[in-house]
Design a protein around this ligand. Structure first.
Ligand SMILES: Nc1ncnc2c1ncn2[C@@H]1O[C@H](COP(=O)(O)OP(=O)(O)OP(=O)(O)O)[C@@H](O)[C@H]1O
Ligand SMILES: [Mg+2]
Length: 712
């Protein structure tokens, strides 16, 4: 055997080299295999299930030889473990898994996709059917991260020497780049297609939106305008042009210059450029200012200025949005005025209540004082010294009485006997009295028209009021002047802004050309105790009294005054609807001899009762006293038949008026006199004769005489 001889002849190294030579011959199929051929040859195959290449089956050798020589990407999975063998073209496709994958079972290096790959390989091996696919996705982790790669593949079975399936030959071609490129392309194509399809619609939408905005800008009553840095209009809406038309009589248009527009009105131009100048210098601000030529109209605008920027951010002008707030401001001012008037009225009301309460109590206290002092005087008690002291006290009590009357008048609580009064006559009479007392430097004129309607009023109180107003006028003219007292009929229309209800009034006016009042004095003049005349000079109750009287009679008091030019005070009284001359307005009851008899005197105040009782006894009456209306009724029930009932009005329980009415019903022959401290229009009926507290004996006598006259 040539072979054996050859071996025998070359022992040791020659033998080995011969063996190696033989081996190299045996692995000749690897020699044209490029890099992978070389690696396959030098790899340590001792651990591989395939064993060294020279021991491989012929079929495997042939297939590997073919594969290594091919330019296409090929991997061969051989044997039951699918040991991997591949060529140069294939190696880059498995990234970091090369070279360790060579000669190793596929599961070791295709682990991440083994669940996917194994069924494919097993399928080919078991069925011999070729598996082929285009752009087949495979999940791989060849570069240290997971990714989906795409491949054109063709897996076919390779027969071993014995005819069984030895392995699976995989011809592959990676298409990842193309597939991903195509996907991207498709996506951007879709985007462009969509863009193209919607472009037209979106253009239409934007155009409609712009039109809508333009319509809003043109129809809003807010003013919008923009000026460039040269004070030329860049834009102006209709409302803004209208506003210019209204205040300057002409309309600016885009391109016009503000300087030219207001060239003929230098001050207006200065005001406009001053404010626009700030805005054009880059300031954003809000401002409320009045603009306009008074020959046209002046209006107040609330304006918001903002900088106008070009798209690249450079300042190209300023724009302003404004509204005409003139009406709103006027409305606010009117409201504030109305609120102030209401506050003033509430203040006066509160003061009236307070003053009225105090005055009423004070009045009650004054009644017995006046009564007793009167009694002392009439009885001539004491010596000359006592007479003087009592006279002094009586005078002080009288002054206190006047004060209290004024307070009650202010509080609209004085008992008023409102009857139709011929004001013309009354004013004329007063004028004479006043001119005789004011001195020669003051010229008094009286002016009343013929046929003045009668007013519903209390004549005594109106005289007091005119006297008060005249004294004020005199005091306002220390160096002389003219005082004009007049009366005329005036009609208040519905639209009149005063507190007066519409209707006809007699307006008594007392006007002087004296020092006048400043705003502060005018605002407080009517308040009780407000006086500028210094301590001891004025009580500050004059105007308060007139004010209270006017409103109690359903009229009003108005004062117009200006420092240096004088004051006009008007007293408005509602006209009477009773037949003229039906009642003798100023008739005073005459003193007559009194019919003596029994007087039932009712008063809850023991002190008041005592002094009145004393007066009645003085006047010849037998007096029966009762401390309440109920007490009085009981006495009448028990058989008392008085000739006269003198009763206080306001008492706990039944009122004096109710008592009077009850007795008059039963015993019409009883004469009744109700004594009251202040007016309570609802409580006291005008049917019952009244006497105002506090009163002196002669006043009581006069009232009783009046009763006797009326009763006859
Ligand atoms: N005709 C007037 N001209 C200028 N100021 C007036 C006039 N009438 C009233 N006043 C002002 O109004 C104030 C209040 O007047 P009012 O009559 O209520 O009180 P008085 O005159 O000060 O005191 P009194 O009337 O009790 O003597 C006065 O002090 C005065 O400042
Ligand atoms: Mg006065």
């Amino acid at each position: 055997m040539g072979k054996d001889a050859h071996v025998t002849r070359r022992e040791g190294i020659p033998l080995l080299s011969e063996k190696a030579a033989r081996q190299s011959t045996d692995v000749g199929f690897l020699s044209n295999g490029g890099e992978l051929g070389a690696m396959t040859r030098t790899l340590d195959w001792s651990d591989s299930p395939l064993g060294p290449p020279h021991q491989w089956s012929q079929a495997l050798k042939t297939t590997v030889g073919m594969m290594l020589a091919a330019q296409a990407q090929i991997v061969l999975f051989w044997g039951p473990d699918f040991v991997a063998l591949y060529n140069d073209a294939y190696a880059p496709g498995i990234g970091a898994n090369h070279p360790r994958a060579l000669g190793r079972p596929a599961i070791e290096n295709w682990g991440e996709l083994w669940d996917d790959l194994e069924p494919l390989l097993a399928g080919v091996r078991n069925t011999r059917k070729t598996f082929a696919a285009k752009d087949r996705p495979f999940y791989v982790e060849r570069h240290g991260y997971g990714e989906t790669s795409y491949w054109d593949v063709s897996y076919s079975a390779v027969s071993d020497d014995d005819g069984s399936v030895g392995g699976v030959l995989c011809l592959v071609s990676e298409t990842t780049e193309r597939v991903l490129g195509e996907t991207q392309l498709r996506a951007s194509e879709a985007r462009y297609r969509e863009l193209a399809e919607t472009l037209e619609q979106r253009v239409a939408e934007r155009t409609a939106e712009r039109h809508l905005l333009a319509t809003i800008v043109e129809t809003t009553d807010g003013q919008i305008q923009a000026l460039n840095l040269d004070y030329r209009w860049l834009a102006i809406n209709a409302s803004c042009a209208d506003a210019y038309q209204r205040i300057y009589g002409k309309r600016p248009k885009v391109g016009d210059s503000l300087h030219e527009f207001l060239a003929d009105r230098p001050e207006h131009l200065a005001a406009a450029t001053a404010i626009w100048g700030r805005a054009l210098a880059g300031e954003a601000f809000t401002n409320i200012e009045e603009f306009g030529d008074p020959r046209f109209d002046r209006r107040v605008f609330e304006m918001k200025f903002e900088t106008l920027l070009a798209p690249d951010g450079t300042r190209i002008g300023a724009f302003l949005t404004g509204i005409d707030v003139t009406d709103r401001l006027e409305e606010q001012a009117r409201l504030a005025q109305a609120e102030e008037a209401l506050r003033q009225a509430q203040k006066m009301e509160a003061m009236g209540q307070l003053t009225g309460g105090v005055a009423h109590d004070f009045n009650n206290l004054l009644t017995p004082i006046v009564g007793l002092l009167d009694l002392f005087q009439r009885k001539g008690i004491g010596g000359e010294r006592e007479h003087r002291l009592v006279a002094g006290a009586a005078q002080a009590a009288d002054r206190a009485k006047t004060l209290v009357q004024r307070l009650l008048a202010f509080a609209r609580r004085q008992p008023l006997q409102a009857i139709p009064v011929n004001i013309g006559q009354l004013v004329t009479d007063m004028g004479e009295l006043i001119s005789s007392t004011t001195g020669p430097q003051i010229q008094v004129t009286v002016d009343t028209p013929e046929g003045l309607p009668e007013a519903m009023a209390d004549p005594n109180q109106i005289e007091m009021a005119i006297l008060n107003l005249s004294v004020n006028a005199r005091d306002a003219m220390p160096d002389g002047g003219s005082l004009r007292i007049s009366a005329k009929a005036r009609t208040i229309e519905r639209t009149h802004g005063s507190e007066l209800t519409p209707g006809t009034y007699v307006c008594i006016s007392v006007a002087d050309n004296g020092i006048g009042m400043n705003e502060d004095t005018l605002a407080h003049a009517v308040e009780p105790f407000f006086s500028t005349k210094g301590i001891g000079q004025g009580t500050g109750l004059g105007l308060s009294m007139v004010h209270g009287l006017a409103s109690q009679l359903g009229g009003a008091l108005t004062i117009k005054s200006a420092v240096g030019s004088g004051t006009t005070v008007e007293l408005w009284l509602p006209v009477s609807h009773a037949a003229a001359g039906a009642i003798d307005a100023v008739t005073q009851p005459k003193l007559r001899p009194l019919p003596a008899g029994t007087a039932l005197l009712v008063d809850d105040e023991p002190l008041v009762r005592m002094s009145t009782s004393e007066m009645l006894s003085e006047l010849g009456y037998r007096v029966v006293e009762a401390s309440s209306a109920e007490d009085a009724l009981r006495r009448v029930k028990d058989g008392l038949r008085p000739n006269l009932l003198v009763t206080d009005h306001l008492m706990p329980g039944m009122s004096g008026t109710d008592l009077g009415l009850a007795l008059r019903n039963q015993y019409p022959e009883i004469q009744i006199l109700v004594v009251s401290g202040y007016a309570n229009n609802e409580g006291i009926t005008p049917d019952l004769p009244r006497l105002t507290k506090p009163f002196r004996s002669d006043e009581l006598a006069a009232s009783l005489a009046g009763l006797a006259k009326a009763g006859r």
